[in-house]
Ligand binder design. Sequence first.
Ligand SMILES: Nc1ncnc2c1ncn2[C@@H]1O[C@H](COP(=O)(O)OP(=O)(O)OP(=O)(O)O)[C@@H](O)[C@H]1O
Length: 340
Amino acid sequence: MNELFDRDAGGDREQSAGDQSKPSDDQADTPAVAIEGVSKTFENGTDVVTAVDDVSFTVDSGSVVGILGPNGAGKTTLIKSILGLIYPDSGSVRINGHDISENPTAVYEDIDAMMEGARNDYWRLTVDENLRFFASVGGEHPDAIEQEHERLLRKLDLLDKRDEQVRNLSRGMKQKVALASALARDISVVFLDEPTLGLDIESSLTLRRQLRQLVDERELTVLLTSHDMDTIQSICDRVIILNDGAIVTDDTVQNLLDMFQTQEYRFSVRSLSEALAADLRERFTVTELTRYEDRTRFVVAADTSTFFELTAYLEGTDIQLLSVETRNADLEEIFMEIVE
Ligand SMILES: Nc1ncnc2c1ncn2[C@@H]1O[C@H](COP(=O)(O)OP(=O)(O)OP(=O)(O)O)[C@@H](O)[C@H]1O
């Protein structure tokens, strides 16, 4: 049940006469987002760049999907196509069953976006005024959803800032106001572009936690891009990885973590000379090695027998073993492995 916005209570969303694409009530399993064969090329002088190449996927209502990819992979072009900001050369985009090219009005009722780098809010307006403004632009009467705004601001710890001009707030707070503005009306799909960019660790953790709570409570469907894999890993249910305009991976975060599980061991030792470090690298798969004064930490990928071989090797030297921990691959490493 959507706690912040009770969609059933509004009842003022009527199907437009020309809307042939709207699902009937019994089609409750219509995906929130359905992308079918979307392609887009750009002409750069004499070059033709295929930014998005026959991309298809669906997103179930209430799930959070991270769209990842290296620079130039086609993320922005794909997202702009989903938001109706550019027309793809071919393929279709449907939001809650509405085709964006056939019925953009119905789509815009359901979707909003928080864009990175763009000024999402009016900095001279207060937090409250921004929420009211964005709700009105989306066709809602701000007085009618005053309580929802209050709840939203409370969830984001912004209630005591509601009468502050946005320009006077910290970066983390501005980011939250941008999020609140995107969620200031009763939408069901939201696109968030780099929602935690530029935040310090604590603000980023807080925003991630609050965002995930809001998503769950409002049953929002979220498409999200971020270069911060911790954000992706902690918020997303699923990731779609693009490379050269095409999907190279589409799976749940958990499956990816399980699938790429390599056993790695993090050793912390004392008295590892340069010569022994070189020898170690020669004999074993050392993936990281960092030194701090007399202490060295290194990570080795190894199966059980190699692990015992390594500990026997260390025992035969002057190296003092301080600790060994097992270490699991995180999403960042998995992402690098996939796109490389
Ligand atoms: N308006 C445009 N005109 C010409 N080429 C474009 C245009 N927009 C994007 N491209 C090209 O399409 C490809 C995909 O670009 P896009 O911006 O979608 O990638 P991205 O994954 O968002 O990259 P980044 O992470 O760097 O933002 C790139 O090769 C880019 O140069």
